[in-house]
Design a protein around this ligand. Structure first.
Ligand code: CA
Ligand code: CA
Length: 144
């Protein structure tokens, strides 16, 4: 089964809608990347994907990647330097914990949306939307 097939088109749309909703109020950028397997440390893999998707290209370095490896039940949230300088140290951990609670109930899509929403709220706090903000990173969800 391909990573993409774990999600119905409706679920994929709910995820991209959540990203769009979260990005409405911030210059920050959120992306979700899902693949089947991760053969290295999950955070190292998230760093690779972050670079591959050119997520460091945002002006304010405020991109956030939510990365999931489905078969190994691993996931990571990776923020760029700009956002990491602003959020409390345990913020990503508490976001991950909230996501994990959904995943443990087999609510994959809800867990991802939870992460998007929580990241979005933090981004909004530190990087409020300005008139000339653009969607610097399009393609809200991708599959490996
Ligand atoms: Ca934006
Ligand atoms: Ca975007």
């Amino acid at each position: 089964m391909k990573a993409k097939d774990y999600f119905t088109p409706e679920e994929q749309k709910r995820i991209t809608d959540a990203v769009e909703q979260a990005e409405k109020n911030t210059s920050g950028e959120i992306r979700v990347h899902v693949e089947n397997e991760c053969r290295i440390d999950v955070l190292d893999r998230a760093v690779q994907i972050f670079a591959m998707l050119k997520m460091h290209k945002t002006k304010l370095r405020n991109g956030v990647l939510i990365y999931l490896s489905l078969k190994d039940h691993k996931f990571a949230i990776l923020g760029d330097a700009g956002i990491n300088a602003k959020v409390p140290e345990d913020f990503w951990d508490s976001t991950k914990q909230a996501m994990l609670e959904e995943f443990q109930e087999n609510r994959l899509t809800e867990g991802i949306i939870k992460g998007i929403t929580m990241a979005g709220e933090k981004l909004k706090e530190h990087f409020p939307y300005k008139q000339d903000d653009v969607d610097e990173l399009t393609n809200d969800i991708s599959f490996g």
